[in-house]
Design a protein around this ligand. Structure first.
Ligand code: ATP
Ligand code: MG
Ligand code: MG
Length: 552
């Protein structure tokens, strides 16, 4: 986070300097109703990062007050993702462990005449609430006595009412300018089994009531959340005051992270998973932490990216190329260079001795010479990319075409002499000659060529699968769909978002393990896929291509 642009840091500094606070406690409060996405990473980096700066602590708290959508699978995945990003929580909490205390605080509100049981339906409550320009109307049940409210709330808890039949509401002000203060609902009836508390409860607190209590119970000092909660801050403070909580956390809002061409809402991501548009929450096209990990992003690259987006009140979308930039930066020094052919075309070097294989020396990472070198075989038969040959090329095409000479990376110059085709006229093989004088590293300066190609020796090549990705859904496609009745975002899934190619890699790579990362010469950075890789076949996910016009 940039030293000057972080207003949260300034607030905390002042709080400590003035003695308003003696310590710093933050929390990351996901609802376990889905996997974490890159937007959550922003909240994680801010909460853990800022506490760490001030020698404070951060809790991981599962905000599990909605029994219908929550699941242990999500709890486990979230813990794993937070740790993988490189953070360790001080305490692990479940909001559901506070249900008894929350109930007691609600009873306290009733006793103080600050809450009442309402029989209006959800729809009626919405109607009575009014609008920005029109004050709300009081419910006919608003003036029930304390005794009656206590009795009805107890009976709600005891399961005497159906879902939606009764709610508990705060008694604040139906004419308040801030609509959130017009007697918000605090508790609802929901006959549902909760992943943590089972069937103990059939009433559940609403987020706006539960969240401030959770923060106060844990003695959180600074409750950092996104700007859509700004309007709720008066209610947050009201709950803490009226429930007579001892600790007084302060809510501070920052702008959400949004990324271009990236769907970032758990609800939508869940739909993509449930309706099989992707192969799970960790599909490499998903902006989830687990998807980015599977694609090959590193924790460092995600943290650096998030920090570079800064902390402010604004929430404009950042260019997705910015995320790619940070993983390139991180892998530049770490990832071994190698050669892989995604779309093979056989080349026979007719003047190279049959049966001979020589080993060539190739540096592993020119940007990090300490990584040393590897040996790669070269022989009479190699594979090059189909894209690196054109029978009838345009001007300024410097790769293979009849009569042209190119350099093979780490090896020799070869010249295309003959093109072999099948019955249908497809090019299936090239016949070339090589010049032994031109061996890489020999200091040959006799003549120059403009193209340098990657290649893999054919007899020892290891077959591999390559998966290339594009955005799952593009903003411009969604925009062009505005007013397109009856369609949802699912109708705009990019059919080219995954393309699978079968090719070859260097033999030294055959023992690669899931999550090993490489830079394939000219193709970009790749990660060994942990899900589809088998004993027989390595599968590589492209993390990013090499080139970008992105500038920080
Ligand atoms: P979504 O809208 O994607 O479902 P959410 O806000 O409902 O996300 P929670 O599980 O409640 O998901 O989020 C946990 C924390 O992460 C919250 O404090 C929330 O504000 C924060 N968070 C969620 N999305 C973003 C985002 N895009 N940028 C920054 N913080 C985010
Ligand atoms: Mg939420
Ligand atoms: Mg949500």
């Amino acid at each position: 986070m940039e030293e000057n642009s972080n207003f949260i840091r300034s607030i905390i500094k002042e709080d400590l300097a003035s003695g308003k606070r003696k310590n710093v406690v933050t929390r990351f409060p996901p609802e376990p109703n889905g996997y974490l996405h890159i937007g959550h990473a922003k909240s994680i980096v801010i909460n853990f990062g800022i506490a760490d700066e001030f020698n404070g602590t951060t809790n991981l708290r599962f905000d599990d007050t909605n029994p219908l959508k929550e699941d242990q699978e999500y709890v486990d995945a979230i813990k794993h993702d937070v740790e993988w990003l490189g953070y360790q929580w001080e305490n692990l909490h479940y909001a559901s462990n506070y249900f008894s205390e929350m109930y007691e605080r609600a009873v306290l509100l009733i006793k103080k005449g600050k809450a009442y049981v309402d029989d209006l339906s959800a729809e009626e409550i919405r109607e009575y609430r009014g609008t920005l320009t029109e004050p709300g109307k009081e419910s006919p049940y608003r003036n029930r006595t304390v005794e009656e409210n206590l009795d009805l709330f107890l009976r709600m808890k005891n399961g005497e009412f159906e879902n939606g039949q009764k709610v508990l509401r705060a008694k604040i002000d139906m004419t308040a300018g801030n609509i959130n203060m017009r007697d918000p609902v605090l508790y609802r009836v929901s006959h549902a089994t909760h992943h943590n508390t089972g069937d103990t409860w059939c009433i559940y607190p609403m987020y706006a009531f539960a969240h401030p209590l959770e923060d106060a119970i844990e003695e959180v000092t600074h409750s950092l959340c996104t700007t859509e909660f700004e309007e709720q801050r008066p209610l947050y403070n009201w709950v803490i005051e009226e429930c007579e909580m001892e600790a007084k956390p302060q809510q501070i809002e920052f702008g959400r992270l949004n990324i271009e061409n990236t769907v970032m809402s758990k609800r939508k991501l869940k739909q993509l998973v449930d309706e099989n548009y992707v192969d799970g929450w960790d599909d490499p096209r998903m902006p989830t932490i687990s998807g980015l990990r599977r694609k090959g992003f590193t924790p460092e690259s995600i943290r650096e990216f998030v920090q570079a987006t800064g902390v402010s009140k604004g929430s404009g979308a950042v260019d997705e190329a910015m995320l790619d930039h940070f993983v390139r930066e991180d892998l530049k020094m770490k990832a071994p260079r190698t050669m892989g052919i995604l779309n093979p075309l056989k080349v026979v070097i007719t003047n190279y001795p049959e049966g001979q294989v020589e080993m060539l020396d190739a540096e592993i990472n020119p940007e990090n010479p300490e990584m040393g070198s590897r040996q790669i075989p070269f022989s009479r038969e190699i594979y090059v990319e189909q894209d690196d040959f054109m029978e009838d090329p345009p001007k300024k095409y410097f790769r293979l075409f009849p009569g042209n000479e190119v350099r093979l990376k780490h090896a020799y110059f070869i010249k295309c002499e003959e093109v072999i085709k099948d019955d249908e006229g497809n090019v299936i093989e090239l016949r070339c000659t090589y010049d032994p004088e031109t061996k890489s590293g020999s200091g040959f300066t006799g003549r120059k060529v403009k193209g340098t190609l990657h290649w893999v020796e054919a007899t020892q090549a290891v077959s591999a699968q390559f998966r290339l990705y594009e955005p799952l859904i593009r903003d411009e496609d969604l925009k062009s769909a505005d007013g397109n009745e009856g369609k949802t975002f699912l109708d705009f899934v990019n059919e080219q978002s995954l393309s699978i190619q079968h090719g070859f890699i260097e033999p030294t790579m055959k023992d690669s393990k899931p999550h090993d990362k490489f830079q394939f010469f000219r193709h970009g950075y790749f990660n060994v896929d942990p899900k589809h890789t088998t004993e027989e076949q390595l599968v590589f996910n492209r993390i990013v291509s090499l080139k970008s016009s992105f500038k920080l």
